[in-house]
Design a protein around this ligand. Sequence first.
Ligand code: NAP
Length: 341
Amino acid sequence: MVLPKVSREYRSQGSGYRALKLQESTVSQPQDSEVLIKVHAVSLIFRDLLVTNGAFPGTKENVVPCSDMAGEIVAVGSKVSAWAVGDRVCADFTLDHTHGEITPQAQATCLGGPIDGVLTEYITVPAHSLVRIPEHLSYEEGSTLPCAAVTAYNGLTGPRPVKGGDWVLVLGTGGVSMFALQFAVASGANVIVTSSSDEKLKLATKLGARHVVNYKTTPKWDEEVLKLTNGKGVDHVIETGGSGTVEKSVGAVSYGGYIHIIGAVSGGDAAIPIFPTIFKAINYRGIQIGSVEKFEEMNRLIEARQIHPVIDKVFSFENAPDAFAHLESQKHVGKVVIKVA
Ligand SMILES: NC(=O)c1ccc[n+]([C@@H]2O[C@H](COP(=O)([O-])OP(=O)(O)OC[C@H]3O[C@@H](n4cnc5c(N)ncnc54)[C@H](OP(=O)(O)O)[C@@H]3O)[C@@H](O)[C@H]2O)c1
């Protein structure tokens, strides 16, 4: 195969997604331990909005945004033996986070932040960052896995992994939350989903949610969750809301339960309430995406249960800024994807 010499890529000016600049760059050929990937699809995450607004700490100037892609290997370095041209792959969100806990050194290799990301036609990455895409998934579906799916899976499989019959509370119907719903259902748990929209909650029910709660029409949703669990509360909260939701998550969790601190979509500046935390012996766990090892483990569950990611809408590469606008509108359920090739 004749290797490409140029790649079209978007670069951020730090002044919003409408200012993303589509330009050409030279394709760098893979070094000994690297592979060159033809990017087929990219999926967006909440952080991409902050990165393109210049509001995400530690972002490289004029960065190529986005962290989540699925593609096909088109060239391998001379020392790469585990991968071949034609393999369908994703790169881990954090290129050097191969296993175990995150480190500051690995954190410096998060795609689409401190280093250039994946909103490009071709990308070179180290072979150790790669994960094979489950066979039953398309490239668009595969592109949704690196951040949202691995984060949800990591949340549910920490020191006390989710078990059949556990209760899991999932906040909202965004990317992380829909994967958490699907993985928890696949693991035999009872899942409660909250959302601002009854329409979105209908989809959550179709995906296996046992109960749904509209947090707009039921502002005391923590009390509702306690009622639904016969006063006990949930074993796990997938906490994507942050300051605006954490007090109610504390109300909704069981004694000794886990609150997995993941996101901050609700804004606000409330702190974790100390006394209820002590009385209920609550466990908080900060989640930072996950390693290549976690990603591979998650893919085994996805394959075993033939899980298909929830994709809300697919945009063309040329219309990538519209995909950002759609994510920002929060009209979506699950993932927003850009088809690149
Ligand atoms: N720590 C990590 O490793 C990690 C990894 C991935 C993401 N995150 C973070 O997790 C958060 C979610 O990410 P995402 O990619 O899933 O975002 P997303 O796809 O943009 O989802 C956002 C959804 O959050 C829900 N929401 C907004 N305000 C809410 C509130 N007050 N209460 C409950 N739900 C609310 C909305 O759902 P409804 O419309 O249904 O109400 C909205 O659609 C973000 O803060 C992101 O940065 C962290």
